[in-house]
Ligand binder design. Structure first.
Ligand SMILES: *Cc1c(COP(=O)(O)O)cnc(C)c1O
Length: 360
């Protein structure tokens, strides 16, 4: 079967070139006589893979030397707890910006560990926008401020790095990591589950400023202590070796096509094509404020929800897969991550046009 266009929110599409390369190397990695899956994480082969992946990520993301890069497990969900465990530093207070389902989940986990203050929320307009800093009420004595820089379910993206008023800024960047240039120095910590825009599930990336290390609360398990993981080069225990290897191939792929600036250019073009089509249509609708729309996750509804099943069925027959919206919001969602070619967006729009003409 030919490769379909996969619009899943995650685990999600990976570049053909990366999958083909992983396939070529699956039995024998670089003459080692082993699959990467079979290698000791302490052997020279895998150490070289992990070091190269970190170096390529540092180059792509322009990560300064005073930031550590950690390759962890447990997903972004584990970070919801791990962030407060490591960053509260005895202050017992943290501020959160709530813009949708994922930031709500982050609040829930943190609330079990500390006093959480909602410094801003977009719930007043059904999580359809990103609140500007003038609407944030931060507490000066909070240990950090957390926000979700791209809400995967609602399709709301912060297109700027907010000013956190001197507090360490913590971002859940899971679903747009490496989709655009950012200034890492604005952040105390950035985390991302790999399975959205970076690689296979099982790997979580954490980029953390050095001065925030070494503050873990008493009782924090050692694998969850950033400082201990940093000192052990993320190998306090067995890391997700194969996921790190594939993420490394994705980093190489990105570098070869021109880095984060080039992928941003492509992502802007893809998103514009799809949003322009939706806005011009009287049949499809996206509820997000135009200036805060995600370039990665495009939720949309049909004029009549009774047509949803027929829409999805027809899409699948054309090789346009996993367009069903998240169960909490319904409708459709097209995730158009880095690895989605513009041809996939064109094919989706052609199908949407044809469906509207027949059923609308
Ligand atoms: C998918 C996602 C998560 C949850 O990721 P897991 O790896 O399943 O824990 C958290 N935050 C955002 C923004 C996401 O897109």
């Amino acid at each position: 079967m030919a490769r379909a266009f996969n619009f899943s929110a995650g685990p999600a599409v990976l570049p053909d070139e990366v999958l083909a390369r992983a396939g070529d190397e699956i039995l024998d990695w670089h003459g080692s006589g082993m699959s990467v899956m079979e290698m000791s994480h302490r052997g020279k082969e895998f150490i070289s893979i992990a070091e190269q992946a970190e170096q390529d990520l540092r180059e792509l993301r322009e990560i300064p030397a005073n930031y550590k890069v950690l390759f962890l497990q447990g997903g972004a969900t584990q970070q919801f707890a791990q962030v407060p465990m490591n960053l509260l530093a005895g202050k017992g207070k943290a501020d959160y910006i709530v813009t949708g389902e994922w930031s709500k989940k982050a609040v829930k986990e943190a609330s079990a560990l500390c006093d959480v203050h909602i410094a801003a929320s977009s719930e007043d307009r059904a999580f359809s926008y990103a609140p500007r800093e003038t609407q944030w009420s931060l507490r000066r004595d909070a240990a950090y401020v957390h926000y979700c820089s791209n809400e995967t379910i609602g399709g709301v993206e912060f297109h700027w790095a907010p000013d956190s008023g001197g507090l360490p800024l913590v971002a859940d960047a899971s679903s747009h990591f490496l989709s655009r240039p950012i200034d890492v120095t604005k952040f105390g910590l950035i985390y991302a589950g790999a399975q959205k825009n970076v690689g296979p599930a099982g790997l979580t990336l954490v980029v953390v400023r050095e001065d925030l290390l070494g503050r873990a609360a008493k009782g924090t398990p050692s694998v969850m202590d950033y400082k201990q993981q940093a000192e052990a080069a993320s190998m306090l225990n067995t890391p997700p070796t194969y996921a790190i290897y594939v993420a490394g191939l994705v980093f190489k792929w990105l570098k070869q096509l021109g880095g984060v600036a080039e992928i941003e250019r492509r992502n802007i073009a893809k998103a514009k094509l799809l949003y322009d089509f939706i806005d011009a249509s009287g049949f499809y609708r996206n509820p997000v404020a135009p200036e805060d729309r995600s370039r990665m996750n495009v939720p949309f509804t049909l004029a009549d929800a009774k047509l949803d099943a027929a829409f999805l069925d027809g899409a699948e027959k054309r090789g346009l897969l996993q367009l069903k919206g998240h169960r909490s919001v319904g409708g459709m969602r097209a995730s158009i991550y880095n690895a989605m070619p513009i041809e996939g967006v064109r094919r989706l729009i052609e199908y949407m046009q044809a469906f509207e003409a027949r059923r609308g």
